[in-house]
Design a binder for this molecule. Structure first.
Ligand SMILES: *Cc1c(COP(=O)(O)O)cnc(C)c1O
Length: 461
């Protein structure tokens, strides 16, 4: 039989659509998409025939079905879904940063339909979006007022636009950081229309540098928390209180971009982060932080500070473009309630994971091992390791932890099968081995994790 004759064995698209295996899943994808995949599969099988594959009518059909189902699988793998975070990085930006508290999740679900986002149910009249939430955030931080936007970068742009558009904003050269994803604060600042006035050097900036830079055209002084790296050695910079005192003397507002948004004192975990309350108490005109870092809530940019300034932000036209949706507001409301009157160390997954001792994590490691057949468990060792906070918080943080180290031949292939199965598990590579750091794995996920470990370590998988 010639190749030309074999090519005639390739099935037509609508023939494939009627095949049992394809018909079964066809509802899950749009028809044009499915047809495009079938065409891709037909093309691939045509190439196989031209390369010399001896496909008869039946095997040609199978070839196209297999190719189509493979495309469907690839698509499924791209779907946004929950993952088990076994990296030990608590605020993993690529994994959605802070996991939400159960109470926050519940409130998001409740708000998913119609919700009183902008209505006072007692009077039936319109009120301001987020009113109660801003009150809670003000209470929590000791500030006069608060407002919430889409994320901390948006908060920075809005704040600088309102306070310093067309004017200078004074910032230390030691604080011009890149916040990840290739975004650099100087560029974010510039997007606001403010003119950056850099002072000092990378390692040393003095109060007098700020002082000399203040002039007629100064809009604000901004302090940026170095969120994802730390400086040591021959370094100095004024603290926020000194900047605030200078700002007061010269009538220049001082903005504190905290990023990490530390609410609870975390020093007992060996973590030193500037607290939002300290910044407010010191008299910062505005303090900004992310909702999904140490606050433990959803992605958001939270601005707290002087009532007069917050009011200006709220009225600015950009606010309409940066405002958050009802789901985010619901989650922030619940998270703020937990900080104010709940039990944050237990209710907020982030703080709960942070407060686990090494012994706690080791117990979880043992629980996973106990669920595994001996042949699999024999290839796993429990090892001490270090977790980190990540996500632009607490640079250089190291938290003693414990994890499972897997003895496998091909790290990359096994790591991939962890990531691509269900539920997806994201491990980390440590000393050239796959390691599952259980600090970031919740107790409720241990069963599922054990199933995945068995699956990925069983030959033939
Ligand atoms: C994380 C961080 C940001 C960016 O916050 P997003 O909420 O991700 O936009 C900005 N500034 C600092 C200091 C940060 O740490």
């Amino acid at each position: 039989m010639t190749n030309a004759e074999r090519l005639r064995h390739l099935p037509a698209v609508d023939q494939i659509l009627r095949q049992h295996d394809v018909a079964l899943i066809s509802d899950a994808y749009s028809r044009p998409q499915l047809i495009a995949w079938i065409r891709m599969a037909v093309d691939e099988c045509r190439r196989e025939i031209l390369r010399g594959a001896k496909l008869d009518k039946k095997s040609a059909m199978q070839c196209v079905i297999r190719g189509t189902l493979h495309q469907c699988q690839l698509e499924d793998g791209r779907r946004q879904t929950s993952v088990i975070n076994a990296t030990g990085i608590l605020l993993h930006t690529n994994l959605g940063r802070a996991p939400l508290a159960a109470r926050a999740i519940q409130r998001m679900v409740q708000s998913a339909g119609y919700a009183n986002v902008e209505m006072d149910l007692r009077s039936g009249k319109r009120n301001h979006r987020g009113e109660r939430i801003f009150d809670l955030l003000a209470q929590l931080t000791g500030a006069e007022d608060a407002v919430v936007v889409n994320n901390c970068a948006a908060a920075t742009i809005l704040v600088l636009q309102v306070m310093a558009a067309g004017k200078e904003v004074i910032v230390s050269r030691g604080q011009l950081v890149e916040i990840g994803g290739g975004f650099r604060l100087p560029e974010v600042f510039a997007a606001s229309g403010a003119v950056l006035r850099e002072v000092g050097t990378t390692n040393r900036t003095y109060l007098r540098d700020y002082e000399h830079a203040i002039g007629e055209n100064t809009g604000a002084i901004i302090r940026v928390h170095r969120s994802n790296f730390f400086q040591g050695g021959f370094v100095t910079e004024p603290d926020i209180a000194e900047l605030i005192s200078l700002g007061k003397q010269r009538g220049v507002p001082v903005i504190d971009d905290l990023g990490s948004g530390c609410i609870k004192d975390l020093s007992k975990f060996g973590l030193k982060e500037p607290a939002v309350t300290d910044s407010v108490a010191a008299g910062a005109d505005l303090a900004l932080f992310s909702g999904d870092k140490l606050f433990g809530g959803p992605q958001a940019g939270i601005v707290v500070g002087k009532a007069k300034l917050v009011k200006l932000l709220r009225r600015h036209p950009m606010m309409r473009a940066l405002r958050t949706d009802k789901m985010t507001l619901a989650a922030i409301e619940a998270t703020a309630e937990i900080h104010l009157s709940g039990n944050p160390m237990q209710e907020l997954p982030l703080l709960q994971m942070l407060s686990k001792t090494v012994a706690d994590v080791r117990t979880d490691c043992k629980r996973v091992l106990e669920r595994l057949p001996a042949a699999v468990a024999n290839r796993i060792e429990i090892c001490e390791c270090t977790s980190s906070v990540g996500g632009g918080s607490v640079p250089g943080s190291q938290i003693a932890s414990c994890g499972l180290v897997l003895n496998v031949e091909n790290n990359d292939a096994v790591a991939k099968s962890f990531r691509t199965g269900s539920p997806a598990v994201v491990p980390r590579i440590h000393n050239d081995a796959i390691m599952l750091d259980l600090r970031t794995v919740d107790a409720t996920q241990l069963d599922a994790l054990a199933v995945r470990v068995e699956e990925c370590l069983t030959p033939g998988q």
